[in-house]
Design a protein around this ligand. Structure first.
Ligand SMILES: [Zn+2]
Length: 142
């Protein structure tokens, strides 16, 4: 099963790199927002920046989820249980693991689970909630 470890380790390095880049991008967007707000609170560009900020925050949250999934998979690789579905205990299958080495569930269990809320596109939230959700996203950052 050492092949999986290599895949996971490479995936982890790539995801960490991506996360670092996203956090840097988020800082840039926040800085732009600060400057835009100083100019004019009702600047149409302000809305674009708010959307951009939420979009980057969503990608950061996805990258963190992915990293957590990779770490969990590496832990299963060390402690046993890697390759078995954590829901039903059946083998996940090499084909699925080849596509998603960090997969914790088999295809059937994954299909039963609804996608996580954090993966929802920004448009699916009501307009009214935008401000509050952005603040929550900011609080999750280091
Ligand atoms: Zn399963």
């Amino acid at each position: 099963m050492e092949g999986w470890r290599d895949r996971l380790t490479a995936d982890r390095a790539g995801t960490t790199e991506r996360l670092t880049a996203l956090i840097r991008e988020f800082d840039d967007v926040v800085e732009s927002a600060r400057q835009a707000n100083a100019d004019d609170e009702h600047d149409p560009e302000g809305a674009t920046i708010a959307f951009e900020r939420q979009h980057v925050a969503a990608m950061i949250s996805q990258a963190r989820d992915r990293l957590a999934g990779i770490d969990a998979a590496l832990a299963r690789l060390d402690g046993g249980g890697y390759g078995s579905c954590e829901q039903c205990g059946q083998p996940i299958g090499d084909e699925r693991l080849a596509a998603r080495p960090a997969a914790a569930t088999c295809v059937r269990c994954a299909a039963r689970q609804p996608r996580r809320a954090s993966a929802a596109p920004p448009g699916s939230r009501s307009r009214h909630d935008h401000g509050r959700l952005s603040e929550q996203a900011v609080e999750q950052l280091p």
